[in-house]
Structures are given as structure tokens and as C-alpha cells.
Write a protein that binds this ligand. Structure first.
Ligand SMILES: Nc1ncnc2c1ncn2[C@@H]1O[C@H](COP(=O)(O)OP(=O)(O)OP(=O)(O)O)[C@@H](O)[C@H]1O
Ligand SMILES: [Mg+2]
Length: 291
């Protein structure tokens, strides 16, 4: 089994009277694609915000690449290799695709984007390298044709790809994706599945992915955590998760029938274990909530 890249231990996050995360623990091993799923408002994006240092949880610890990063600010976690995409997109509409990717690269450049743009002493060489790397990333994601177009003028699916290219531009060890399939067409979602597998298999990237598109989760994830009301409902391989009665109940808002429970209700009882009902939100992407 590969080593642990990310370990989250007992996260607790509260906003006023709302307990958003309650004793949440999870592990992501190197080279895995791990899914984080759960109903709207379950706390998934908040969990990402705690892992990247945007939210400071009231309790718990985050270990990354063998170190406790719980108290590091966002940019220092990014420099250690944590990158993310945003539920509501992180691209800057007024910049071109290339400019967006280069802006993201400056998290690892060692000087500010402004210094690079002004060509201040010592930045020129590095800027050339970054531009070359950016061009490679843009080509990798098939964005070459729109490289010099403003992001705001591009279709949603292309802007999402640009967001992912920006995350990759920071040269991360862990890529965290917040609903990468939302708003994508079925064909685009299919393409995303092969991109994710390639990122894992060819670039040896580790991926933690929030997603409502269950077929995508089932297809690409090695392991899945299910959040509900800020708590871990269950975890396991995607096939088992999809058939888990409590998971189905949490998504459908019904009552869970414990596995192996006596079937007192006779033949009318829904047999979740053999044939799960279609999960909601799996056909169309949805994009709402906080980012
Ligand atoms: N900054 C904040 N201030 C107050 N409440 C917040 C804040 N961020 C998140 N919350 C609340 O925390 C809860 C979890 O929100 P979060 O966005 O993490 O859910 P989610 O699982 O990502 O949902 P979705 O699937 O809709 O994106 C919600 O009730 C939300 O309103
Ligand atoms: Mg969210």
C-alpha cells in the first residue's frame, strides 16, 4: 500500500451555532484518486477550505507529506504541493488563458507575478521558463487554440479546464478538485474521466475530488468518503458506497435500512443492496453553494 500523502485527523469547524464539520478524519494515499461525496451543505467545500488553510478549524490537525501543516497559511501549503480548483471557478475573466496559468505559476516562482510582468532583476530567465512550462500545460489540456483569448469569453467547460490547468501549474503533489464535472456536458464529463486517470497514472498525481456526478466517481475513484451533516457517514470502494443503504438514504432523504436487517415489511421493502435507485444530481452538473 502506498504511503499517506494527506492525513486529516478530527477536524471540527463551527460557524456560530452551526457545526459544519464534526470530528472528520480521512486519509489520502499517494497515487490514489479519492472521492469526497455527500448531499448539498454536507461540508465538503468547507473541508477543502480547512485543508488549504482558508478556514481555520476549531479542532483537529492536517498532515501533508509527512508534516503537520495545520497552522500554515494558504500560500505555504500551496508551496508544499497542495493545489485546488474552485466550485465557482478560480479563473480571472479579464485575463487570457496563458495569463491565468502564469499567474497560478507564481505560487512557486519565488517572486510576485507583478515583478515578473515588470521584468525586474533576476526574473527574466525564470519568466521564460515559466512561459515555456505554461505553454506545455496549455497544450496538455488542449487549450492552445484559446491560449490568447480572455477567459471570460470562453464557454464554461473550457473555463473549467483552464481552472484545472491553473491548479496543475503550481506543480502540486495533491490536486483537490471541487466538483470538476458540474456544468459539463456528458461528453466533457467522459473526457474528464480519462484526463483524471491520466494525471494519476502518467504524472503520478494524487487527487482528492468533491463530486456529485456519481458515475464519474464510480469510474475513476479508488476510494470514497461520504460526508453527511459534517460527519463521516461511511467510506470504502465506490461499488460498496453506491450500494450502502445509509448513503442512499442520505442522498434521497429517506430512512436507512441497516444492512442485513430483518425484512418485516414483506416484499414491498426496497432492496437497496441489490439495485440502488438512481442517485439524484447524477445526470446534470449543478453549481451552487459556497466556494
Ligand atoms: N464562511 C461561512 N460562514 C457561515 N457558514 C458557512 C460558511 N461556509 C460554509 N458555511 C455553511 O457550512 C455548511 C456546509 O457548506 P459547504 O459549502 O461546505 O457544503 P458542501 O458540502 O460543499 O455543499 P454543496 O454540495 O452544495 O457545494 C453550509 O450550511 C454552509 O452554509
Ligand atoms: Mg461545495
Amino acid at each position: 500500500m502506498s504511503r499517506q500523502l494527506l492525513k486529516v485527523d478530527g477536524l471540527r469547524l463551527r460557524f456560530g451555532g452551526l457545526q459544519v464539520l464534526n470530528d472528520l478524519s480521512l486519509t489520502v494515499r499517494e497515487g490514489q484518486i479519492v472521492g469526497l461525496i455527500g448531499p448539498n451543505g454536507a461540508g465538503k467545500t468547507s473541508c477543502f477550505n480547512c485543508l488549504t488553510g482558508i478556514y481555520q478549524p476549531q479542532g483537529g490537525r492536517v498532515y501533508f507529506d509527512g508534516r503537520d501543516v495545520s497552522h500554515l497559511p494558504t500560500h505555504r501549503r500551496a508551496r508544499r504541493g497542495i493545489a485546488r480548483t474552485w466550485q465557482n471557478l478560480g479563473v480571472i475573466d479579464s485575463l487570457t488563458v496563458t495569463e491565468n496559468v502564469m499567474l497560478a505559476q507564481h505560487q512557486r516562482a519565488g517572486y510576485s507575478a507583478l515583478a515578473g510582468m515588470l521584468g525586474l532583476a533576476g526574473t527574466w530567465h525564470r519568466e521564460r521558463e515559466l512561459r515555456r512550462d505554461a505553454a506545455e500545460i496549455i497544450e496538455y489540456f488542449g487549450l492552445d487554440e484559446v491560449a490568447h483569448e480572455r477567459a471570460g469569453e470562453l464557454p464554461y467547460g473550457v473555463r473549467k479546464t483552464c481552472d484545472m490547468a491553473m491548479a496543475l501549474a503550481t506543480d502540486p503533489k495533491l490536486l483537490m478538485l471541487d466538483e470538476p464535472a458540474s456544468g459539463l456536458s456528458p461528453e466533457e464529463a467522459l473526457g474528464l474521466a480519462s484526463t483524471l486517470r491520466e494525471l494519476r497514472d502518467r504524472l503520478r498525481l494524487t487527487i482528492l475530488m468533491i463530486e456529485h456526478h456519481v458515475p464519474l466517481v464510480a469510474e475513476v475513484c479508488d476510494y470514497v468518503y461520504v460526508l453527511n451533516f459534517g460527519e463521516l457517514l461511511t467510506e470504502g470502494e465506490p461499488e460498496a458506497i453506491q450500494r450502502h443503504p445509509e448513503v442512499i438514504a442520505a442522498y434521497l432523504g429517506g430512512t436507512a435500512e441497516p444492512e442485513g436487517a430483518e425484512d418485516d415489511a414483506g416484499d414491498d421493502t426496497v432492496q437497496f443492496a441489490s439495485e440502488p435507485p438512481e442517485w439524484p444530481l447524477m445526470a446534470e452538473g449543478k453549481s451552487n453553494g459556497t466556494a
